[in-house]
Write a protein that binds this ligand. Sequence first.
Ligand code: PEP
Ligand code: MN
Length: 699
Amino acid sequence: MNPSKPDNNTKPVKAISGLGDIREKISELDDQLLHLLGQRREFSRKVAKQKQFMDKPLRDQTRERELLESLVKKASQSGLDSHYVTRLFNTIIEDSIQFQQDYVQSINNPDLKNNVGKSLAVLGGKGAYSYLAAKKYFSNSDNTYLACGSFEKVLNSVQSGKVDYGVIPIENTTSGGITEVYDLLLESNLTIIGEEKYAVKHCLIGSKGSQLKNISCIAAHPEASRQCSKHLKKLVSANISLVQSTAHALELVAKQKTPTIAAIASEEAARLFGLEVLKSNITNQTENITRFLVLARSPIKVSLSVQCKTSIALSTGQKPGSLAEVLSLFRDADIPLSKLESRPIPNKPWEQMFYIDLEGNISDKNVENTLESLSRLCLFLRVLGSYPTEDISATQVSPQSLAKAKLDTLDRQNDRPAEKQPGDQSRLSQTLQKPRKSYHLTSREHKPEDTLIEVKGTKIGGDNFTVLAGPCAVESLSQIMSCAKHANETGVAILRGGCFKPRTSPYSFQGLGFEGLDFIQQAGEKYSMPIITEVMNTEDVKAIAKQADMLQIGARNMQNFSLLKAVGQINRPVMLKRGLMASLEELLNAAEYILTQGNMQVFLCERGIRTFETATRNTLDLSAVPLLKQMTHLPIIVDPSHAVGKRELVIPMAKAAKAVGAHGLMIEFHPNPEEALSDGPQALRYAQFAELMSDLYHS
Ligand code: PEP
Ligand code: MN
């Protein structure tokens, strides 16, 4: 600092009026600084406008470093120290980038951030950390808030359209990932459109006039209490009462008659509730930051010029080294990962769902190509969202350059090699991109190796020959138990049984629905067999997937696109049956609908098509098997039962299917075909089925 020399002869009175003048001058300078900062922002906006048309990243750290170095050099001439100047300008640069990002994003998504009158769902109401984080994220908005009692309610409120957005915590620097939220996120169809990092500074809050020594009970959210555990023990000997949310804790304190209850909440929350901070900063760790996600029903467009993060969820099965393969894809593509979290998959013991945050934009070709390569390695892959990142790390001026800047008066701007821009990579990969056909992920070109489907140790695809068998429909507990026993004793790998039946006539037996599903689930458990059943309604997909190991899309629904999308969003293998009048290309396009949603565990089923021939129920197109094996990496099985419709013909056609290279069969049998509630004429008798199985595996 270099203040002007004080006048030693000035009298005190004069000194005061002199001080006033100086202060006035300082205020004038501050006004000018503000004005200049405003002008600087205006230029920032112009830069953003230029850069977005060029798809150039807004962030140019080479330029930032040069700017800082030159400022540091000039600063020493004005008597300002380099640390002060670097800190000051890092703040200005950060503001500028944030401003530019917001500007570009508001142009790309006019409906989003700066809009007024949006509705938001958050955990807990006014004063809860989710509420405060949401307020920070939607800073310019006049929004309404829906206070929810659980994370699930937050997600459901967005999903159902009750509110526009949800704000939900995902991880904390003290307590780590909030695992429940990961599971809920995957179960929902919501997408991440933003993130907010909120520095959680817990305080002990009491009502007006209350004193720390009188506090006998502390109301707190479990997470908040965990984060303050050490401090609380030292501070006061009060009982901790765990409550649903921080907002609830605050309400308890606000409503109390005798001031003996305190809450753990932020200073801002205390202000909102008219309460008092009894002790500030009671968090165990000084840096206690929670990362919140902003969720919406549809994705946003993130400009390539904006710093972006993409969150994905994937599962690879239990192949040794598969995670290493996944990670090396990102390394080879030079895509940094900022997070890797794993969660167990329900009903798949010891299998993990991995959650990855990568630094990159889904619209960037390099990221897109990497995700495409990734899809070859994954059983499940879903992009949870691509959104502007909150991390605007300060550009560092190295000690060497600081020292050099002091001495070196030469402008070295032109000598420095240009840093690699993300845009360069994307253009390179763009030129390598192959033209696509109507189906892509399904094609052999995309994935030359066979897809192998695995469920509870049973495999479909590759060199395996797998038989799925059981009755057409689940008719009663005793019927499906008897079928499961027979299936198990004859070497069947997967038990089938329809619970929701697609029947031509509305007067025919429609299936036992969820009651039937309970029965077949019990049968599968008793005989340790995975089960497969048909799903007909989009709304039932999740519930059926909770009980069945595999889902079947019937021939009549092969082109029910919303149903295909819904099964594409769950992590269960799907058998897609060829439609009654569908070409192979249409079948593969239908499978593509499932794969594009993230579910790669699809196998196909040839079950006969309609021709002019009426001697058989349908015409079994066996040439489809070798043809499909050329066209796709997905396994293909044959259902001779629905193809021919007559039990005597099922046996030779089943053998023929094996001969032409099918990966397996689906066959219907029944303990008493004459009494069957559906498809009796094509159901094999127990003895016939046992003989067929023996022939299939011993010839
Ligand atoms: C079935 O397998 O139960 C069935 C109804 O078959 P498809 O959809 O092939 O007619
Ligand atoms: Mn049937």
